[in-house]
Design a protein around this ligand. Structure first.
Ligand code: SF4
Length: 250
């Protein structure tokens, strides 16, 4: 069995080569980029007070009512960026960008290499410069990733607010444990289109930490009638053995 320099067993890491590359790619600690002093604006909340007080349907409909605004919003997430990437001149047109705002996580899934909680989270300066750079290169779809991007909910709120104001369609990949009602309300109000939850077991099992029943407990308090900005939860197969992905659309 291979051991790393700290004596930890590596056999549980799915891809040992990538693990080694991440852990040992540089003999020196990676230098942080020099700050240019950019900041993200403080979000205005609420932007849509009428939506916060809208109780929504008392029963979640069996089928979504696909009217033009919903269709248009969906198309902003994939069809428009794809078409733009095909018709614009030049050869660099990012369709979806992933902004890794954290490498820390509140869970420790056995297959994940985002377990080094010494890595500092993204700064305002880097987030703003990244979003501006992506915008200038025509990208309009932004995913907040981690680690767990909701470890710093105020920071996530600022990133979403700034990016949404620039016209980005935004989704957040999260384990959902920190999606409290007030956090969901703020992020939905700022402009998140989809929360994407990774789950790997229905109820608690040894070595599983992304648990559906735990997630549903958190979400049921995020989707009750008094927090109607997050009305629909859907599940679909995820291309990972034994796992599913659950989307919650704002
Ligand atoms: S919740 Fe996601 S980021 Fe956190 S340890 Fe699990 S797979 Fe990694």
């Amino acid at each position: 069995m291979e051991e790393d320099q700290h004596g930890d067993s590596l056999k549980f890491r799915i891809d040992v080569d990538i693990h080694n590359l991440l852990m040992h790619s540089s003999p020196e600690p990676v230098k942080s980029p020099v700050s240019k002093g950019m900041t993200l604006p403080e979000p205005i909340f609420p932007r849509y007070p009428e939506k916060l007080s809208d109780p929504g349907p008392s029963v979640i409909p069996e089928n979504r009512d696909w009217r033009w605004p919903e269709v248009y919003r969906k198309m902003r997430g994939w069809l428009f960026p794809y078409i733009r990437s095909r018709v614009l001149p030049g050869d660099f047109h990012p369709i979806t960008s992933y902004l890794f705002v954290e490498y820390k996580c509140n869970l420790d899934c056995w297959y994940c290499w985002a377990y080094n909680n010494k890595v500092k989270g993204m700064t305002d300066d880097i987030a703003r410069r990244s979003i501006d750079w992506l915008y200038d290169h025509g990208c309009r779809v932004l995913a907040l990733m981690g680690g767990e991007p909701l470890l710093r909910p105020q920071f996530a709120h600022k990133v979403v607010y700034y990016a949404a104001k620039k016209g980005f369609w935004i989704y957040i990949g999260t384990n959902g444990r920190l999606l409290r009602p007030e956090v969901a309300d703020r992020l939905g109000d700022a402009g998140v289109s989809v929360f994407n939850f990774a789950v790997d077991a229905w109820d608690e099992k040894p070595r599983s930490s992304e648990i559906v029943t735990v997630l549903m407990n958190t979400l049921s308090s995020s989707t009750d009638a008094s927090h109607a900005s997050t009305p629909a939860i859907r599940t679909r197969p995820r291309p990972k053995p034994g796992g599913t992905s659950t989307s919650l659309e704002t």
